[in-house]
Design a protein around this ligand. Structure first.
Ligand SMILES: *Cc1c(COP(=O)(O)O)cnc(C)c1O
Length: 224
């Protein structure tokens, strides 16, 4: 794609986001995180050049490589993948803006320990497995309130901002909507939560209508 074509394509997606958010309310703000796992630093740079600032990676090594290559740009880096405990030091070396995927108490404790040692804080979301899918990590809806409170209490170096969820992996929009509504309902009960990260290329408009405040767009932003 030429730069102009890419800009038109991006504007078209922003327009869809805008329409979906206005269906919620004039005051409902949605942030786009570009999931850049499919592309290299050069493609990230060209999306940056047309205005995108937040990018998310799902592998720690990719995050390290790409953020190093683009270190002169004020990009806001997010980590959106499953985090292994043995990668915590590497992740923290990048000083990510937001970790989307705390999926166990053990991971929260391990992060807190490392953050304390390095005298750092980290903004983070707790992942919910709203559709009860075996292939996904995260806490189940009935346990999330208790676990969220436990992490807040026991891991003061983690600045919890809300929740992340991946929509149900099915074709039926009714079921996808149900999983988003479950996430949103839980989000509203959490103390001081401001970020509800849900919605990807195939379901972001539905996610926004269900109250998402942050969408993670990959394939749709970087068409081949
Ligand atoms: C890849 C990825 C996305 C974006 O997926 P697309 O369907 O390509 O938009 C969103 N969230 C997570 C956690 C991802 O790994």
């Amino acid at each position: 794609m030429t730069l102009l074509e890419q800009k038109r394509h991006f504007d078209h997606i922003i327009e869809k986001v805008e329409k979906a958010r206005l269906r919620v309310s004039d005051h409902h703000i949605v942030k786009i995180v570009a999931a850049s796992k499919y592309v290299d630093a050069e493609a990230i740079k060209s999306l940056y050049d047309i205005g995108q600032r937040a990018f998310g990676e799902n592998k720690v090594q990719d995050l390290i490589n790409k953020s190093e290559q683009l270190k002169d740009l004020p990009i806001e880096w997010h980590f959106i993948g499953t985090l292994q405990k043995n990668k915590i030091n590497h992740l923290l070396s990048v000083r990510p803006h937001l970790l989307h995927s705390i999926d166990s108490i053990e991971l929260a404790h391990a992060l807190n320990e490392r953050l304390e040692r390095d005298e750092m804080y980290l903004r983070a979301l707790v992942q919910i497995n709203s559709a009860y899918e075996e292939s996904k990590s995260g806490f189940f809806p009935e346990e999330i309130n208790e676990k969220y409170a436990q992490i807040m209490q026991e891991c003061p170096r983690l600045k919890l901002q809300g929740v992340m969820s991946i929509g149900a992996h099915v074709d039926d929009p009714v079921l996808i909507r149900k999983s988003f509504e479950t996430t949103r309902r839980i989000f509203e009960t959490l103390p001081q939560a401001t970020i509800c990260s849900m919605g990807m290329s195939s379901d972001f408009e539905l996610a926004i209508e269900c109250g998402s405040t942050m969408i993670r767009l990959g394939s749709i932003l970087f068409p081949k």
